[in-house]
Ligand binder design. Sequence first.
Ligand code: DGJ
Length: 750
Amino acid sequence: MGIVYNEKTGQFHLFNAYVSYIITVLKNGQLGQLYYGKRIHERESYGHLLELLPRAMTPYVYDGEREFALEYIKQEYPAYGAGDMHYPAYEVKQENGSRITELFYQSHEIYNGKKKLQGLPATYGGEDEVQSLDIRLTDPVIGLEVVLTYSIYKNLPVITRSVYFQNQGKEELFLERAMSMNMDLPDMDFEMLELTGAWARERYVKIRKVEHGIQGIYSMKGCSSNSFNPFIALKRPETTEKSGEVYGFTLVYSGSFLAQVEADTFDVVRVTMGIHPDCFSWPLAQGDAFQTPEAVLVYSDQGLNGMSGAFHELFRTRLARGMWRDEPRPILINNWEATYFDFDEAKILKIAETAKELGIELFVLDDGWFGKRDDDTTSLGDWYPDKKKLPGGIAALSEKIEALGMKFGLWFEPEMVNEDSDLFRNHPEYVLSVPGRRKSYGRNQYVLDFSREEVVDAIYLQMEKVLSQAKVSYVKWDMNRCMTEVYSHALPPKEQGMVMHRYILGVYSLYERLLGKFPHILFESCASGGARFDAGMLYYAPQCWTSDDTDAVERLKIQYGTSMVYPLSSIGTHVSAIPNHQNFRQTPLNTRANVAYFGTFGYELDLNKLTEEEKQTIRQQVAFMKKYRCLFQQGAFYRLASPFEGNVTAWMVVSPDKKQAVVGYYRVLRPVNSAYERIRLQGLEEGTEYEVQRIEVQETVEEVTRYGDELMYSGLLVSDSASSENCGIYNGSNGDYHSRLYVLQGKGQQ
Ligand code: DGJ
């Protein structure tokens, strides 16, 4: 790993064993981009990579030098309007109405380790594992200073970037666009992969060819959203899960964002990513500063699995923090789909008692425990227990749960308020709303103005009281509507463009305070399922409720897509009842668990409504998960067959020492007399002999011995009676929605 600056050429080379990233100071002092991709040799100069050809109709910087045209020079952090006419990385409105700026190199600093970002989530790393570079640029006309920060990890194909603006001039400036990164790539032979969806079908994989012009994804909802996840990848058309080149870009941020790919008519591709500029205007008075969120760039020549592996490793070990980072996650039971709002202490304890008998470790009390919340029209904002449902409050209930030998967890929706609440009656000005205009409802609730410290304080004090008085080991932090009428009653007109970002900073600050006071609590973030599943959240809450859709078949797509970026240790997964509450599908209990094992794992159903046989199955599932959860949550994950492409989905996890693996195989519809089927595994050790146990409905039905190379190159034979004329006997799980696991145990190296 290294960051080298060549004084003579003015070139920076950031590299490790996997990637090279090369920046140059251009002859006019601006920064140009020379290369980003697979590691290339260190050499004296990369000047030849700077492509300068004269082109017609193009403005140029120096009289008579037609080839020095910013429109066609690949740049590091470009401005619009002084030569370059593409979408810029940043924009500053000045007192005279101009938005023209130019940033020139001043100095730089290379250092070991990585600085924290004030008030923002970010990846981290020790001095021996990451190196950083700050490049200081200025616009001398207005006295704007901009620091571009880069960090490169030693053992990962990862570069992080962020940008710091400071007004060192005399006039007030308005930052109208401040992207976290810009990347000009020299060709457009790419497909853009994005994760798109909606409530209950979050993060579906969508791939489209990059065309001339703009293609992008965004959120202007105030949260990162379930429409588009803050992530895009540019992959070569031939790149698969297993091989080929891909660039992945994501943002450590939870608010409105823009990720845009612009291909110009000379086939240069510009990728920008950051806070959505249409929801943003940040005044910078003299001395004021602004810090962008961090962008994470991954380059892989090992296919999409290679890219995902790097994101997983980074986010699991160098973004997530605290005691839960490396801990196996507790197997939980959540009462939401079991009871909805209709519960009392006796009912809760009955579920908890059965859960304990089955080996479940954590009881999570979901929505409905506070104020007088018997439905979703009331009480958000009043975080004190409903004594009608829970006579002894949360404190007594949590003690009773702990007395059973389980941990206790609690649901909050801290950012929201109902009109029918004491908080709203006392402080109607605490909600985001525009004076004189109507307020939009969303699930009967309004959004609290978290851009104001006193609002965050008010919620903190209420939460702190509940959490201090009761024995709470886990908090589910929900958020069930998007922002509208974004306006703060506490800010002057020129600061209204700050509200969306300040809101997210408020959310982060509340998390930080709660984590500071209750470091033992495991937070799980949630936003009507996965509407705020992003790297920003993972800094505070190492796991996230992935989707309200708990149907095992739907979950294949949702979890497959989510795994593009996010590690299994962050993917909240529950086994729920059938008929499924979202789509009424009836899948076998073991298929529901076989999908949910590949995540944090828990149950969300009334255990007391199950038969003894089903309870026995759950007992076995819980025991299985306890045995293998470190592997699921900390192993390397590989996608093998995509639910977006066929009837079969397959994926696997491999232990860090490659001695153990579990493969999940899922077949949505059962065919008859179908083709032979093999799944080529990944990530194993070629020379290791593995005992391969095929497990169906918690029982080992076959055991064979295979070498790693056979399993990876010839494949694991998965054909069964569905590939023949003999259809066998129906046993409740070998028809539609069939699934099975293969557990691999290495016998030793050859
Ligand atoms: C939405 C969440 O995604 C659900 O799991 C549940 O917590 C409800 N909110 C409760 O209102």
